[in-house]
Design a protein around this ligand. Structure first.
Ligand SMILES: [Zn+2]
Length: 148
């Protein structure tokens, strides 16, 4: 999957997910793309620094372009954006598994190198970390094979 930043004639910016650059060109040529804000069909790619982390590309849920953010269903868009956020968090953090509560504490008290970590914590462990003022975030993981 590849993410392109797109813009319509009215200047609305949005993202489209495609299987490849050719996929985008093909859909664009056939007039299948439209702006989610105003529905305009004149869509152009805009240069951007944001690119999907290609290292996780094969794990990205297969989202048909027809359901990509240029669609009109807010829930579908939210799910895509959420999956993307999770992927970014996963690709930029170290998995410490069940050692998460201990490691989060060690980092907080500067006993371990500061870095982004992720792992597992029970609701009780999570509450203790919050009570100690340690910045932790609970996120529900989309069900995907690599998390099982
Ligand atoms: Zn527009």
């Amino acid at each position: 999957m590849i993410v392109f930043d797109l813009t319509c004639a009215a200047g609305h910016r949005f993202e489209g997910w495609f299987g490849s650059g050719e996929d985008f060109a093909s859909q664009s040529a056939r007039g299948l793309l439209s702006c989610p804000s105003c529905g305009a069909a004149e869509i152009e790619r805009v240069p951007s620094a944001t690119r999907f982390n290609s290292g996780a590309a094969e794990n990205v849920p297969a989202v048909p372009a027809a359901q990509a953010p240029q669609g009109k269903d807010p829930m579908a868009i939210a799910q895509i954006l959420y999956a993307r956020l999770v992927d970014q968090m996963l690709s930029s953090s170290e998995d410490v598994g069940k050692a998460f509560p201990d490691e989060a504490r060690r980092i907080h008290y500067e006993e371990a190198p500061a870095r982004a970590i992720r792992g597992e914590a029970t609701p009780e462990q999570h509450a203790e970390l919050v009570d100690e003022g340690i910045p932790v975030l609970r996120i529900p993981m989309p069900s995907r094979d690599r998390f099982s």
